[in-house]
Write a protein that binds this ligand. Sequence first.
Ligand code: PXL
Length: 539
Amino acid sequence: MSTLNESGRQAAPRRIVWSIAGTDSGGGAGLAADLRMADAFGVHLCPVVAAVTAQNSHSVTCVEAMPVDLVDAQLQALSDDMPPAAIKTGLLGSAAQVRCIARWVDRLRAHGPLALVVDPVLGASTGARFADADMIRAYHDELLPRATLVTPNRREALMLPDADDREHDLPAMAQALRSAGSQSVCITGGDSADFDGLVLDWISTPHAQGWLASPRIETPHTHATGCSFATAAASAFALDFVVADALVLAKMATTHALRRAYAAGAGAGPVHAGEGFAVDPDLLPLLSWGEEAFFATLPAYAGDTNSGSPKGTLGLYAIVESSERVRQALSAGIRTLQLRIKPSSQPDASWHSRLRAEVQASIGACREAGAELFINDHWQLARESGASGVHLGQEDLLALGEDGRRLLLDSGLALGISSHSLWELCRARSLSPRYIACGPVWPTLTKAMPWHPQGMDNLAWWVHMAGVPVVAIGGVLEPQQVEMASRSGADGVCVVRALGDDPQASVPALRAAWHTGRWGERLPTPSMPHPSLPASQRQ
Ligand code: PXL
């Protein structure tokens, strides 16, 4: 029978996640936790029982593996009717089960993409041991090579071969697990010492590596944190997020679940996943740029600054390629500008001196007009020339290295950072920027890029969540688009081609649209962002 949604229309079928894991008679961990987390993401979870545990809130008294035929039968029944977008494995009962699951992963992948999250449940936090040497070998030989993501905590990572001789170096441990075949690794830090009150998870993915950081939630009720985190990542995969973005959402959902954890029994109670994790700005983590856990902003201090940036609203923001165009835009009334001079294919001495002259002339013109100017790329030159701000892409900031980024921050230059994904948003936030550029808001021809358009939904979500002013960029050609972006609550909107040859002619309508948007009804914040990269980028 088909389901109808509230407006009476056919509802899209929910994405399906299989969780192959254990039961917990205490209702805390394993499949019970997985069901709660999948529900928080709006995906459907099929609970495939691999083991039964007898336990309460302080101890596990019995673990019984399901016969491999019974696991196989459950997977067979599901495969006919409810094929998964993602599989998560939790507590498994035997090496034979592991081999059975590996065969199913291969069979399903012959028909289409399938993400596999391996949560290596090798022991319980209460001290029970769940895996012998045979089982650990099976994890290593059968599951790691097929894993999209493996999510051990430090203790579990140390139990896996490859990682065990690198005890004090999580990045090296993660690299070893990737060499064993897992495409991505997240070593969770909930069981490790805090860093400035933050819990740090090390993520190593094809798109980004770094420390994902959120404030520690002080609670004794942490049962099922690991199960919940892995299921959150699998659910985000089922919704087509790439690994680095899925990990941001998983961290938010797990922190939210920890905040809502409750007592049940005398020992550690369960974390409590639920809806709403993706609209609370306090839950958005930070991401470091490299192996140094350096954060210029701490999440606890990041409030919603969009409503009243101390430096004033950026507003209509023109990106131009020469000091002459800077002057034209200024005389048309623009008060936020970026000078973006394309790199020369042959940057000789004369090009450099022209660049310097352009930068200096632009700074002079903007200072006189009381306008805010950001120099694209050339931050050292900008600083020497007395500029007040620079705009940099994420690749440029990565290339600067730890020392370069520190020098940049110490320079006091106001910083604008291009960002296109959740992980880039979290990484940009960590440098306490003047603004974060959210793009491409609409399809853009100015730059060839792999990103899907963010649309007004993601833009509104970023504005609500970032804790830093957000600027809309990409494909803004018409005043009507400026009005829409302004209605999202964005602090500014960038125009490049919309400026045309004659800013005197184009700017009045663009500025009017900006102001109309500010006074118009604010766009709603969606409950979840949508992916900004195709899921095919995951495999
Ligand atoms: O947190 C690991 C875990 C997974 N699955 C089940 C468990 C536990 C820990 O107790 O009981 C069923």
